[in-house]
Design a protein around this ligand. Structure first.
Ligand code: ADP
Ligand code: MG
Length: 323
């Protein structure tokens, strides 16, 4: 099985940021209210994700690292679960196949926790230990047994940049969770309070200066939209500042992109793009999401309504602020 896992892992574990993504999403699924990410060398030699979520029962720890083992129901239509599409119950197995992984986990209701070490798919240590409630995953020596894949990694600084980008998006997407992100321990480079105030997250990610130049927006309805958009004079030379979240999940969507840019069209120089941090919320039942397993580009049935809602909300705000 170690070999099979190693092959399969190649498809999904591309880089340290893919691991951080899987582990952070597991922490969110476990109901964590605080999540800490710590990396060294861009996550290549070391990365750690700690959460205060539900933890894993002692007799389930080894099982969680077996391929296709998931405690989660498969509901493709629920946007909250799309990240795992094509990757269900495979993240831990895939990661452990190509690195040294150590997990410390305890459920709040258990007296003791478990420490499990698995390296290149081979279990090394399983022991009872004392640890805080929640889960810590440490991943070391990524791709130590797949040198060809290791060669494809970029320099640590570039790998770290992917992780920073991901952590910023998670922080903006989940104001209800306190995120802490650091490199080599020490002072966090990102720290959000987890008090459900998007404003605090925008402040933590983009800084005070940027926050003071954004317009806040709030629309309620069947499709609710709230967040921040830039004044037209604050637009950027590329789309990388267009952040939008569908039911808390960071997505890419050409439909939403178009709606945003259409709304800004009369205000900005062509080829410049707004800064947006928008939360779009709607009934997940009607979403019917379609997503490529390794991409964030999302297609969904209510695209036309969402396009209209975003266009209307943003246009109105820009008009108001221009009076
Ligand atoms: P999936 O998330 O698709 O279920 P994973 O391989 O990512 O598959 O995780 C396997 C299982 O391990 C999960 O279903 C969950 O039961 C458990 N698990 C993983 N990470 C955590 C965590 N941080 N807290 C609690 N349980 C976890
Ligand atoms: Mg998972």
């Amino acid at each position: 099985p170690a070999t099979i896992n190693k092959i399969a892992a190649g498809e999904v574990i591309e880089r340290p940021a893919s691991i951080v993504k899987e582990l952070v999403e597991n922490a969110i699924d476990a109901g964590a209210s605080t999540i800490t990410v710590d990396i060294r060398d861009g996550g290549i030699s070391y990365l750690r994700v700690t959460d205060n979520g539900a933890g894993i029962a002692a007799d389930q720890v080894e099982i969680a690292f077996l391929r296709h083992s998931t405690s989660k129901i498969e509901r493709a239509e629920d946007l909250q679960t799309i990240s795992s599409l094509g990757f269900r119950g495979e993240a831990l197995a895939s990661i452990a196949a190509v690195a040294r992984v150590e997990i410390l986990t305890r459920r709040a209701e258990d007296m003791t926790g478990v420490r499990y070490v698995i390296e290149g798919g081979r279990p090394q240590i399983l022991e009872e230990i004392a640890c805080p409630a929640g889960t810590t995953l440490r991943v070391e020596n990524l791709f130590f047994n797949t040198p060809a894949r290791k060669k494809f990694l970029k320099k640590p600084a570039a790998e770290a940049a992917y992780i920073t980008d991901f952590c910023q998006k998670m922080a903006l997407g989940h104001p209800e969770i306190s995120f802490k992100y650091m490199r080599g321990g020490g002072t966090p480079i990102l720290h959000t309070p987890g008090n459900n105030q998007l404003k605090n997250c925008v402040f933590a990610v983009f800084g005070k200066e940027m926050l003071s130049q954004l317009l806040s927006l709030e629309e309620t309805g069947e499709i609710s939209i709230d967040g921040y958009i830039s004044k037209p004079e604050l637009t950027r030379a590329n789309r990388s500042y267009e952040n939008y979240f569908l039911n808390g999940r960071y997505i890419k969507s050409q439909v939403i992109e178009k709606a945003l840019e259409e709304a800004y069209k009369d205000y900005v120089v062509p080829g410049t793009y707004p800064v947006t941090i928008l939360h779009i919320r709607m009934d997940p039942q009607v979403l019917d999401v379609n997503v490529h397993p390794t991409k964030m580009e999302v297609r969904f049935s209510a695209e036309e309504q969402v396009r209209e809602a975003v266009f209307e909300a943003v246009s109105r705000k820009l008009r108001e602020s221009n009076l």
